[in-house]
Design a protein around this ligand. Structure first.
Ligand code: ADP
Ligand code: MG
Length: 258
């Protein structure tokens, strides 16, 4: 990574409040950070600290109250979200939640393929096969399965494959392991690292678990009550946590293997 490369994502004074009157909730309060190409950045914070709101703002699923988001040097505007969603993909805590339970894996991946302009049906098939192989699933075995035939870990891998169909530059993973058995978590974290290495995409990995953040990330942001209270190289933040909240998080570092 070159030091003076243009950041992939630059978030400037980003703020989002909910409610009005005397006590609006500042879910995201004046947040600033940059994400470099090929970097894995973890955002860690307790429940309610504003992590998902930040993710939804970056994904343009939620309007910002103030501040701005630059992607590849351009300020995001309301137009052209389709093009943006080809480059920025997400996986969430509850895999398949957004899908009809009768959708097959093929259906889920085909739907993603529709966002790609000018893909022939044979190219689409190849992309599906490649995406499933990239996430460690057997395409022949998987394509016709429906969600209830899949384990939690397989479902999350299918969701990651769905994101890969678009060959995104940024993958936002919001608590992707929190519904998985502890024994499966490390394999998903390793998969994310492998995909970064293989495709050079950037990853924003959101978690309440500083142990997972430490395991997977190059840089670490700590959120507390909507604010970024700490950011830096993961090892440095962990070695010399400055904010009392980070120190508290570290005090009960959960073990990765549960
Ligand atoms: P996290 O993902 O870190 O658990 P969230 O971003 O979900 O945190 O929530 C941050 C704060 O914003 C919480 O106080 C939450 O109640 C509030 N919040 C989030 N979404 C909404 C919403 N749609 N309407 C009102 N308040 C919300
Ligand atoms: Mg959340």
């Amino acid at each position: 990574m070159t030091v003076n490369s243009q950041p992939l994502l630059a978030v400037e004074n980003l703020t989002r409040s909910f409610g009005s009157g005397k006590n609006p909730v500042l879910a995201v309060n004046n947040v600033n950070f940059q994400l470099e190409p090929g970097e894995i950045m973890a955002i860690v914070g307790e429940s309610g600290s504003g992590k998902s709101t930040l993710a939804r703002l970056i994904l343009r699923l939620l309007p910002i109250s103030s501040g701005k988001i630059n992607f590849e040097g351009q300020t995001l505007t309301a137009s052209d979200t389709r093009n943006y969603w080809r480059k920025v993909q997400a996986v969430f805590q509850d895999p398949f939640a957004a899908f009809n339970q009768f959708y097959s894996v093929r259906g889920v991946l085909t739907q993603a393929a529709r966002l790609v302009v000018g893909l022939s049906s044979s190219e689409r098939e190849k992309r599906m096969t490649d995406a499933l192989i990239s996430v460690g699933l057997d395409p022949i075995e998987m394509l016709d399965k429906t969600p209830y035939q899949l384990s939690g870990g397989q479902k999350q891998r299918v969701m990651i494959a769905r994101a890969l169909m678009l060959q995104p530059k940024l993958l936002i993973a919001d608590e992707p392991t929190s519904m998985l058995d502890a024994s499966l978590r490390v394999s998903i974290l390793n998969l994310l690292k492998d995909l970064r290495d293989q495709y050079g995409m950037s990853i924003l990995f959101i978690t309440h678990d500083i142990g997972q953040a430490y395991y997977v990330s190059d840089r670490l942001l700590v959120m507390y009550q909507g604010e970024l209270v700490e950011q830096g190289k993961t090892e440095e933040v962990i070695a010399q946590a400055k904010h009392p909240y980070t120190q508290r998080l570290m005090a009960d570092v959960p073990k990765l293997h549960g």
